[in-house]
Write a protein that binds this ligand. Structure first.
Ligand code: PGA
Length: 250
């Protein structure tokens, strides 16, 4: 019912020349994908990726967006700027932004509202730290992160948001949540959405798993009923690996 979506999160990797080379290598390998394919790239790579991906099924994403339309916010990019650069998707609230750059649930919400208003498709990241899982707070935390982030959106807008459940302890560590753990926590997020927005809307929201997803574990994760895709860091930086994740069903 929900179309799967596999998105690469390149983080702070690839110059424009390297970005173009990666996309050119990727294009033929993912041309027959049955899922939506997105690469979320550094802003300096937008133009190169847009040009290299032209005419293909690879969609362009950004890794953050500011909430203001313009103004004195040195180093930031507005949603309209991203749209003008040909960006379609934007990652918001990634745990690295929360850990290293002071992102809070309140600023995540402001960014989500601005992105949606500009017509961007949001990939909203939520997830617990290792200590939070061990203390038994995972469910409460991901519910809270998700619902706060979506405050102010209409039901129709919520239905279009993509949520990425990324347990922080699984990001870049080689540790993955088990298929069942990931499915269970994503189910918790969907139930929270159903309580607040109704089952119809909750059934439309695509929820990805992220955290050391790779060619080896993708099939098991994607076989879980609640998991609608992946947000892929390390394994998105090499075309053969990313294409194997994208083609998980082949
Ligand atoms: P990883 O990163 O696949 O390298 O664990 C995922 C992410 O941070 O989105």
């Amino acid at each position: 019912m929900r179309k799967a979506i596999i998105a690469g999160n390149w983080k702070m990797n690839k110059t424009p020349a390297e970005a173009a080379a990666l996309v050119n290598e990727l294009k033929p390998l993912v041309a027959d994908a049955s899922c939506d394919v997105v690469v979320c790239v550094p802003a300096v790579d937008f133009a190169a990726v847009k040009e290299a991906a032209a005419g293909s099924n690879i969609h362009l994403g950004a890794q953050n967006v500011h909430w203001a339309a313009s103004g004195a916010f040195t180093g930031e990019l507005s949603a309209d700027m991203l749209v003008a650069a040909g960006v379609e998707y934007v990652v918001i609230g990634h745990s690295e932004r929360r850990q290293y750059f002071g992102e809070t649930d309140a600023t995540v919400n402001k960014r989500v509202q601005a992105a949606v208003a500009a017509g961007l498709k949001v990939i909203l990241c939520v997830g617990e730290l290792k200590e939070e899982r061990e203390a038994g707070y995972t469910d409460a935390l991901v519910e809270y992160q998700t619902l706060i982030a979506l405050t102010g959106l209409t039901n129709e807008q919520v239905a279009e948001v993509i949520v990425a459940y990324e347990p922080v302890w699984a990001i870049g560590t080689g540790l993955t949540a088990t298929d069942e753990q990931a499915n269970e926590t994503i189910g918790v997020i969907r139930k929270a959405l159903a309580r607040k927005y109704g089952q119809d809307i909750a059934d439309k929201v695509r929820i990805q798993y992220g955290g050391s997803m790779n060619p080896k574990n993708v099939k098991g994760l994607m076989a879980q009923p609640e998991i609608d895709g992946g947000l892929i860091g390390g394994a998105s930086l090499k075309a053969p690996d990313f294409s194997l994740v994208v083609n998980y069903d082949k």
